[in-house]
Design a protein around this ligand. Structure first.
Ligand code: NA7
Length: 534
């Protein structure tokens, strides 16, 4: 076992974007820090999601750390949207550049964290027998890191190999000449399917909910554009921080319903051609508030689907319907819809036949059995709370986080939980999190936490805890803001609706990255209102 000191200042759980920056920042502040990471390398999301086509759908020049001007000037992204290997290489570079690895314990899972009130410290245990005592516990476990499997029985019976997109084997998989079944058409499925189709002899896609997918228009980065951004990177970063989703787009000024059809179409075409996730949804002020307005954008996207898919029946099945645009996470794709024009690619619409079970040789639906050599599960994650609750966390008075969150997460600012002193959740439920550019949100949380720690040191406080009142008010505010939008109308992972039995609570803060940051700043400026410092 690695030698890890028994008493340290902070344990950080996870070595992805959040954990690496937390380590760097807190260590620079003079804290002794240990990071525990289940994988054998850094990277988090970008370590695990190695499936073909895995790519970030926030532009690379914006999906990167801003904390060191030298790093952002020197690192060269090659594409508009960075691929998984490139982002992983970046995070490895960051780990080496700031000498982070010496404080990361790999291949080790934190299993338990219990608050010892008398000592004012967290007792942290791992699956490799480490027992540590830390003043702070920083959960940097990621929002989409616990894979979710299809709820139907039989996966163990399947005699061929199967792969979850989030656990894709290192070195890849050769599916050449095989009959392959894919379950799931979220971002992972939509990115993987065009590439799986290049290998498979027959590819069958099981779609439960058709997604709104926009064309990515990915391309090599134009050096002139890169130079332009780098010349003014501070302004670019500031604009991202002061935006709604953490990626700056012009603020809309008009309702979709107050312009002519021609004007609206021209707007949607222009936004479509940018190949941005939030460009289209931010075309008008009311797309996420008003169903009629939203429907104009939804119908525009359906038209794009129809124009790409030759067979009208397949196009009909692929057209996203039944929930407003953007209320489930939309996707960016490269050739997804066109893939269904290949004769060897088939679509099974699970709204017309139900998935019954996985069998020894394939997948059975209410319409019959489909035989496969391999299965790909692109079935997503137990989002936002899954990885936090996978650790047995016990706060004051023996209360566990699992019990406290049984009816849904409660949190102050998505950072702190009442009853769990000195525990921080980076991009936790109640913060913009998965509704934002994650790197922008991660940096904001880590900076804010590190300022709080510095404040505590200056004022001789050993313990910080969110008050119950502040937590209640914030949790209610998160819900109320979501109810002002169309978001609760879709069965999304934002609502926990993709995991049977999970409390149906809208988890991310939909009020926007900029207002959220202002709120956090004003809390800090007022001496950390809503927190007990003792
Ligand atoms: P997602 O977006 O949660 O997508 C999972 C997909 O799997 C989605 O189409 C689900 O359908 C489908 N699914 C899940 N369970 C089943 C069962 N039992 N039967 C049929 N289909 C099922 O996860 P991704 O990995 O694609 O993307 C996650 C994030 O990564 C994404 O949002 C980006 O931030 C990047 P459903 O829609 O629930 O009907």
């Amino acid at each position: 076992m690695d030698s890890v000191a028994g008493e340290i200042d902070a344990v950080v759980v996870g070595a992805g974007f959040a954990g690496l920056y937390a380590l760097h920042k807190l260590r620079a502040q003079g804290l002794s820090v240990k990071v525990f990471e289940a994988a054998d390398d850094v990277g988090g999301t970008w370590y695990w999601n190695k499936y073909p086509g895995a790519r970030c759908d926030v532009e690379s020049m914006h999906y990167s750390y801003s904390f060191d001007p030298a790093l952002e000037q020197e690192w060269e992204w090659t594409e508009k949207y960075a691929s998984q290997p490139e982002i992983l290489a970046y995070l490895r570079h960051v780990a080496d550049r700031y000498d982070l690895r010496r404080d990361v314990v790999f291949e080790t899972r934190v299993t338990r964290a219990a608050y010892d009130e008398a000592a004012g410290r967290w007792r942290v245990s791992t699956d490799r027998g480490h027992e540590l005592s830390a003043r702070y516990c920083v959960m940097a476990v990621g929002c989409l890191s616990v894979p979710k499997f299809p709820e139907v029985p039989g996966l163990d019976e399947f005699t061929g190999p199967w792969y979850h997109t989030a656990r894709w084997p290192e070195g890849g998989v050769d599916l050449t000449g095989q009959r392959v079944g894919v379950i799931g058409t979220g971002s992972s499925g939509i990115q993987a399917i065009p590439l799986l189709a290049e290998q498979a002899r027959e590819l069958t896609v099981f779609q439960r909910t058709p997604n709104y997918s926009l064309a990515a228009f990915n391309r090599p980065l134009d050096p002139a554009r890169v130079a332009e951004i780098k010349a003014d990177y501070r302004a670019v970063r500031d604009a991202d921080r002061n935006s709604i989703f953490g990626i700056a787009v012009e603020w809309p000024t008009q309702s979709a319903l107050e312009v002519s059809d021609d004007e609206r179409r021209a707007m949607y075409e222009e936004r479509w051609n940018r190949g941005h996730l939030n460009g289209l949804v931010q075309s008008y002020t009311d797309l996420i508030f008003n169903e009629e307005a939203n429907e104009t954008a939804a119908e525009f996207i359906r038209e794009q689907v129809r124009s790409k898919v030759a067979d009208p029946e397949t196009a009909r099945k692929l057209e996203p319907r039944g929930y407003p645009f953007s209320t489930k996470r939309p996707c960016l794709d490269t050739g997804y819809y066109e893939t269904f024009n290949h004769e060897h690619v088939h679509l099974v619409d699970l709204r017309e036949e139900d998935l019954v079970e996985i069998t020894a040789t394939g997948v059975r639906t209410t319409a019959g059995e489909y035989e496969f050599d391999s299965l790909v599960l692109a079935t997503g994650f137990d989002a936002m709370t899954g990885a936090l609750l996978a650790v047995d966390i016990t706060g004051r008075d023996g209360v566990t986080l699992r019990d406290k969150w049984r009816d849904g997460p409660q949190s102050y600012l998505g950072i702190a939980v009442s009853g769990f002193p000195n525990l921080f959740t980076i991009t936790g439920p109640g913060s913009p999190s998965v509704l934002s550019n994650m790197v922008v949100s991660i940096e904001q949380h880590v900076d804010w936490i590190s300022d709080l720690v510095a404040h505590m040191d200056r004022h001789g406080s050993a313990v910080v805890e969110a008050t119950e009142t502040a937590e209640k008010e914030w949790t209610a505010h998160v819900r109320e803001v979501s109810e002002m939008t169309l978001f609760p109308k879709a069965d999304s992972y934002y609502l926990g609706a993709n995991v049977p039995g999970k409390a149906r609570v809208f988890m991310p803060y939909v009020g926007g990255v900029a207002p959220y940051r202002q709120k956090c700043d004003s809390v800090a400026e007022a001496g950390y209102t809503g927190f007990d410092l003792r």
